[in-house]
Design a protein around this ligand. Structure first.
Ligand SMILES: C[N+](C)(C)CCCC[C@H](N)C(=O)O
Ligand SMILES: O=C(O)CCC(=O)C(=O)O
Ligand SMILES: [Fe+2]
Length: 411
């Protein structure tokens, strides 16, 4: 989206240069005058903001915002990408003394003589109006057919470990779909750790840094049994649930034990369309998840409070689902007259999550490592017989997204 915008802006920018090169308005020109001078970029100074029309978009910039976002050396350190200016010292009723558009830049002179210059394309990219048009993180929401028909290739261990382009492709798939696979990984904890470290930092939890589990009840949790587990997100009882879960089945001699994957955002968006009030309720009512373990050496009591659906307040984009019926705690954060509606909304979401067409079943075999966005994609498993050993770890979401952004991906 921004790429397309940049392309659209380029001819406009050139036209601006052509028309405005070397010209400077010392006083705010009248609108009709501006239209003639700068047909590609027009502006108008309102009482509370500067309106800029550029690249076909009408944008509005608050004056304090403009002073705060000055990119001159005294206001901003472009080596560290940090603000130098003390925002607390800006006069909250500041207005520019003079305004001009020249050479593809908006130039403002402030009452104290300080000059701020902003490239028009920078303003466009960073305006609320343009940001609002594109998702924070573009995603492809999927059910089983959509995912299968997309034919997303798995990465291969050798190329994944040695080639940055391969890692970038992997991350792009991961960002779009919330799951991604690496094949032909040696069936060891060390290789699983290496594949993981290639992506990001491991998040150590009470389960360890790298963990390896089997059905031995060594911990007080159903995961350490042979029972089936319905779709869920992990560590919902953390105030910040783990961002990514990595699984590698090192061995399984027995039957069953397939892994279930369900795109929680696909289901939640269906709910938003069909039943907006239920979506709103699940997005606002906080509930508690809890992990209480008092076995052998393990003493844990974790709680996390937050809504099932979490949306960015400014554009309503989903970013996190907490959905774990095993670990959901006593509901005592909802007034009695909303409890019934909450259960209705939860049931509607559950119905969407349980549609067979939304279920992607995969048998994890030695060599196949899966990365799951634990803020979006639910996992579960079929019951099994025999010895089954799974190793893996959790990753911090911020660090994975940072790796992706360093490759130039939008995340
Ligand atoms: C993955 N590993 C086996 C280490 C831990 C499992 C944690 C299970 C817990 N009920 C939850 O959903 O968070
Ligand atoms: O055994 C599995 O495949 C997954 C179990 C599980 O949900 C977990 O470990 O988080
Ligand atoms: Fe789990």
């Amino acid at each position: 989206m921004l790429g397309a915008l940049r392309r659209n802006l380029r001819p406009a920018l050139q036209r601006t240069r052509l028309l405005l090169c070397g010209r400077r308005a010392t006083q705010t020109p009248r609108t009709d005058e501006m239209q003639i001078r700068a047909c590609a970029a027009t502006y108008h100074l309102h009482d509370d903001c500067l309106a800029l029309n550029y690249g076909g978009t009408q944008m509005h910039f608050n004056y304090v915002w403009l002073r705060d976002h000055c990119r001159s050396a005294s206001s901003y350190n472009s080596d560290t990408n940090q603000r130098n200016l003390d925002t607390g010292s800006i006069d909250l009723s500041i207005r520019p003394d003079s305004t001009a558009v020249e050479d593809g830049h908006l130039v403002l002179t402030w009452p104290d003589g300080h000059v701020s210059k902003y490239s028009l394309s920078w303003l466009a990219e960073n305006s609320y109006e343009v940001k609002k048009q594109s998702a924070i993180q573009p995603r492809v929401l999927w059910n089983s057919d959509i995912y299968k028909n997309a034919n997303i290739p798995s990465s291969n261990w050798d190329t994944f470990m040695s080639c940055d382009d391969e890692l970038k492709k992997f991350l792009q798939n991961y960002l779009l779909y919330g799951i991604a696979f690496v094949d032909a990984v040696p069936a060891t904890v060390e290789a699983t750790e290496a594949v993981t470290r290639r992506v990001s930092l491991i998040r150590e939890t009470t389960y360890g840094r790298m963990w390896c589990f089997t059905s031995d009840f060594s911990r007080g949790d159903t995961a350490y049994s042979q029972l089936a587990l319905d779709r869920h997100t992990d560590t919902s009882y953390f105030q910040e649930p783990c961002g990514i879960q990595v699984f590698h089945c090192l061995r399984h001699e027995g039957t069953g034990g397939r892994t279930l994957l369900v795109d929680g955002f696909y289901a939640a968006e269906k709910l938003r369309q069909q039943s907006p009030e239920s979506f709103e309720l699940l997005a606002h009512v906080p509930i508690r998840h809890e992990y209480i373990e008092k076995t052998g050496n393990h003493q844990n009591h974790m709680t996390g409070i937050g809504p099932v659906l979490n949306v960015h307040p400014w554009n309503k984009e989903l970013y996190l689902i907490r959905y774990n019926n095993f670990d959901r705690s006593v509901i005592n954060t909802i007034p009695h007259d909303s409890v019934q509606q909450w259960y209705v909304a939860h049931r509607e979401l559950t119905t969407e999550l349980r549609r067979p067409e939304n279920e992607l079943w995969v048998k994890l075999t030695p060599g196949k490592v899966v990365f799951i966005d634990n803020w979006r994609v639910m996992h579960g498993r079929e019951s099994f017989t025999g010895t089954r050993q799974i190793c893996g770890c959790y990753l911090t979401r911020d660090d994975v997204l940072s790796t992706a952004r360093c490759f130039g991906l939008q995340a």
